[in-house]
Design a protein around this ligand. Structure first.
Ligand SMILES: C[S@@+](CC[C@H](N)C(=O)[O-])C[C@H]1O[C@@H](n2cnc3c(N)ncnc32)[C@H](O)[C@@H]1O
Length: 213
């Protein structure tokens, strides 16, 4: 998504800490495996994921976001950073023990979503897990758009201009269905706010853990 090339520098300035939702996933992550941070952005989550993994692939479609990921993850010997789309992963089938999709799957169009979930299943090893966060539409800031399934959300730049990012809003039952349709099991689907499970209303993220049989 080109929008992220345009906002990469400001994104990197504003998003330094790992996203709080990752605290709910980490106890479920097997240590020492081969992992993937798909849509890794500036790598803010990758350092902590890498500390649990033998090898971590960090992938993103934005060259500019990856420039910051390379800076932020410098010195980590078990991290491989590559420009790639979640719709066509440059990884062998059944090679990944844990795949992180943090705030990326909601940026895809219908065709890309179909490919991304199929690719997710392809690269996971039997027993491998995918850890997913997408934005929850049922929060106050999206109240005016509550009847829409997808819409642009603006990034306000420091110079006063805005960059539109197009978001697709999944429901919990839709995520469960997508797991099933793509040969995975939805182990859990839950709402999160500030690193805690919470009720749907007001939650920042909708989260899911999928496993491949
Ligand atoms: C909201 S950021 C989240 C970054 C990171 N996961 C985090 O939590 O900080 C979304 C990222 O997904 C990337 N992205 C968007 N579409 C993508 C695609 N089709 N394949 C790979 N990355 C993509 C963007 O370039 C951006 O870096």
């Amino acid at each position: 998504m080109r929008a992220f090339d345009l906002i990469a520098e400001e994104w990197n300035g504003r998003r330094r800490e790992p996203m709080p939702a990752i605290d709910l996933f980490l106890p479920l992550v097997p240590t020492g495996g081969v992992m993937m941070d798909a849509g890794c952005g500036n790598g803010r989550n990758a350092r902590i994921i890498a500390s649990r993994s033998r090898l971590l692939y960090c992938l993103d479609s934005s060259a500019n976001m990856l420039t910051f990921a390379r800076k932020n993850l410098r010195g980590l010997k078990n991290v491989k950073i590559t420009r790639a789309s979640v719709t066509k992963l440059p990884l062998p089938s059944a090679s990944i023990d844990a795949a992180f999709y943090l705030a990326v799957l909601h940026l895809l169009n219908a065709n890309q979503r179909e490919k991304a979930f199929s690719e997710m299943r392809r690269v996971l090893r039997p027993g491998g897990k995918a850890f997913i966060t997408v934005w929850n539409k049922d929060q106050q800031k999206f109240h005016e758009q509550r009847s829409k399934k997808e819409f642009p959300v603006m990034w306000k730049k420091e110079d006063g201009s805005t960059i539109a990012r197009h978001y697709y809003f999944y429901t919990a039952s839709e995520l469960r269905l997508l797991a099933k349709k793509n040969g995975m099991r939805a182990e859990s689907v839950f709402y999160e706010l500030s690193g805690r499970k919470t009720e749907k209303k007001g939650a920042h993220n909708l989260c899911a853990v999928f496993s491949r049989a």
